[in-house]
Design a binder for this molecule. Structure first.
Ligand SMILES: Cc1cc2nc3c(=O)[nH]c(=O)nc-3n(C[C@H](O)[C@H](O)[C@H](O)COP(=O)(O)O)c2cc1C
Length: 345
């Protein structure tokens, strides 16, 4: 399958592993890159030393293939992470929620491919102006911090508004989705939730089973999780925010200081960025703790796991290679069948 995205990244299939905090760690990134896709690493939750070690691990295992790292400007120590990306020669940079290049007035290094995620047309035009080589559009269906516009509208609108290749993220699990994204004007797809339910994914087996049993309506978009619109699954009945879980908020603040090796000044600066976005810092910190808890233990009775609406479509636990190869083969078949009127599953 050849598209502008396969050409830009030198990959076999137009399929990207979305960056996911606590999930898209080195083993998943390596598996996706070695199966012909592009793996994007999600560093939140790791110390700077751990991030560097995982980046080196990926590099040593992918035999020169491209891989990327996510920059989240809402996390502390983001400037130090960018410094690591430069020192370790990370070939692809991606970003979520805000654009780190404009936010910190950073010039993209010449040898770096920058593919930030955005949620609307204005942001897509803005990242293109700031030097992005491609753009991921995160739609309403997405797991995690979702966009607010459905992909059937967002993808064609962005594809018309920018010249750089567009990748559609949110709601993809199979070849029908890939074919639909290509038809809407995307040059590839990024999958988060689907890759979280693979053999190489680090989430507990119990949580994978829980995803397989889930329905489309179980993935709830709400700001209660961490203060920003986030789509997640949880069995917590009366969770309204950090004040209903203050015992999680305080240890998280202390732990985030320790795990990022950040000074109080840096923590306060981070809080300032969150408040600028009208996000309550304790709400965000508690959200990160409850998210990390669900991913580490599989407990969704007292925590929440970010997942997309696509969770209702996921019914098995393939390897990344099986998933990527069957998605591409199915998309090719769907595209052929559209012409011969043989559609249907
Ligand atoms: C568990 C999980 C963690 C995520 N963490 C991040 C993150 O750290 N940074 C980010 O930019 N996006 C994050 N996302 C959003 C994904 O990058 C992606 O946009 C989304 O998963 C696509 O929707 P899908 O889950 O329907 O495939 C996360 C999503 C999930 C499901």
């Amino acid at each position: 399958m050849k598209t502008k995205i396969t050409e830009l990244f030198g990959i076999k299939y137009p399929i990207i592993l979305s960056p996911m905090a606590f999930v898209a760690r080195a083993p998943l990134v390596i598996a996706v890159c070695n199966a012909g896709g592009l793996g994007l690493f999600g560093p939140p939750g790791l110390t700077l030393e751990e991030m560097r070690a995982q980046i080196r691990e990926i590099k040593s295992q992918v035999g020169g293939k491209l891989f990327g790292v996510n920059i989240m400007p809402v996390m502390p120590k983001v400037k130090e992470l960018i410094q690591i990306l430069i020192e370790e020669d990370v070939p692809v940079w991606t970003s979520g929620i805000r654009n780190p290049l404009t936010m910190f007035n950073i010039k993209k290094p010449k040898n770096v491919i920058f593919i930030p995620a955005v949620g609307n047309v204005r942001q897509a035009i803005s990242v293109e102006k700031s030097g992005a080589d491609a753009v991921i559009v995160q739609s309403l269906e997405s797991g995690g911090h979702a966009g607010l516009i459905a992909s059937s509208v967002l993808v064609p609108e962005v594809a018309r508004a920018v010249k750089i290749p567009v990748v559609s993220a949110g709601g993809y699990a199979d070849g029908h989705g890939l074919a639909a994204a290509l038809a809407l004007g995307a040059e590839g797809i990024a999958m988060g939730t689907r890759f979280a339910v693979t053999q190489e994914s680090p989430i507990p087996e119990g949580l994978k089973k829980c995803y397989i049993e889930a329905k489309d309506t179980d993935a709830v978009l709400s700001a209660v999780w961490d203060g920003m619109p986030q789509r997640a699954m949880s069995k917590m009945k009366h969770y309204r925010g950090w004040w209903t879980h203050p015992w999680d908020a305080i240890p998280t603040l202390i732990n985030s200081k320790k795990s990022f090796n950040a000074s109080w000044k840096e923590i306060l600066e981070n809080a300032r960025i969150l408040m600028e976005m009208k996000v309550s810092p304790p709400q965000f910190a508690t959200g990160m703790a409850l998210f990390q808890k669900a991913i580490a233990t599989g407990d969704t009775k007292h925590a929440f796991a970010p997942v997309g609406q696509v969770v209702g479509l996921i019914k098995d636990i393939p390897t990344c290679r099986e998933l990527i190869e069957r998605t591409a083969a199915e998309a090719e078949q769907v595209i052929k069948d559209l012409y011969t009127n043989k559609m249907g599953r």
